[in-house]
Design a protein around this ligand. Structure first.
Ligand code: C5P
Length: 238
């Protein structure tokens, strides 16, 4: 296996860093022990959280790859780092909902925890300045974010990812309430799943008790944040 290492720091985000490697088409993503919420207004350091996000994301991306979902993950480099294909971000945030919660529950005035009668896929414009507003296909095309055909592909792929993950989490005794994913374009123009899939990006509730095992523990000051992430990792690993 090629021996790539971190060279130049390309991006220093709130929760992750992206480094160039000796291969121009590959990057190393390093997960920090930091969690942020509400556009970075709330921010804290939690020992071990980066490793759980990295390892959970790696496990799920690897499994999705085997199920035919092309994605950026290549291999783990360390507990907090992974080697990935380099992509150019598509500035669309995709959020998939199976149960009403969070902003969707508030926007439609439906109680948190009610099952969605059908899967709901939202596209949001990835813009801190505008607070990631909901957009439809026409708006996404008008903004030059993607073509109609690409949006169809992103929508269909997101639904397929949801089917795979719903079962995967359900087998681990966890409800996949909702999650956020992002896609990117590779150098040859292919659209692939990128970013991460972890308790930082998903709402995950214990199927029996409803206990929250995700970033809402931090957003809502419920405590035992890393314990929730650890539990997700250990249940998925079984
Ligand atoms: O905040 P909201 O209820 O819209 O979040 C829906 C889902 O998307 C949640 O699982 C949340 O963790 C995820 N999300 C995210 N990053 C954001 C916004 C939402 O991971 N910036």
């Amino acid at each position: 296996m090629e021996n790539l290492s971190k060279t130049e720091l390309l991006y220093d985000g709130n929760e992750k860093q992206i480094y160039a490697t000796q291969d121009p088409d590959k990057v190393i993503i390093r997960y920090k022990d930091v969690t942020t919420a509400y556009k970075n207004i709330k921010r804290a350091r939690f020992e071990g959280i980066g490793a759980y996000n990295n390892k959970i994301s790696a496990m799920l991306f690897e499994e999705l790859g085997k199920e035919g979902i092309d994605n950026h993950f290549i291999r783990l480099v360390s507990d907090t780092e992974q080697l990935c294909r380099k992509i150019v971000w598509i500035n669309i945030v995709v959020v998939v909902h199976n149960w009403f919660a969070g902003s969707l529950a508030r926007r439609l005035n439906i109680a948190e925890g009610v099952k969605c009668p059908n899967v709901i896929v939202d596209f949001r414009y990835n813009s801190d300045e505008l607070d990631d507003p909901l957009i439809n296909d026409d708006q996404a095309v008008a903004l030059g974010l993607a073509s109609y055909e690409e949006l169809k592909f992103i929508d269909a792929t997101s639904r397929k990812i949801n089917e795979i993950l719903l079962k995967r989490f359900s087998d681990a005794g966890i409800k996949l309430v909702d999650f956020k994913i992002e896609f990117g374009r590779t150098a040859d123009g292919q659209i692939i799943l990128s970013d991460e899939l972890s308790p930082d990006r998903c709402r995950l509730w214990d199927a029996e008790t409803g206990k929250k095992l995700d970033k809402d523990r931090f957003r809502q000051d419920l405590g035992y944040i890393v314990d929730g992430y650890k539990e997700v990792y250990e249940r998925l690993k079984k």
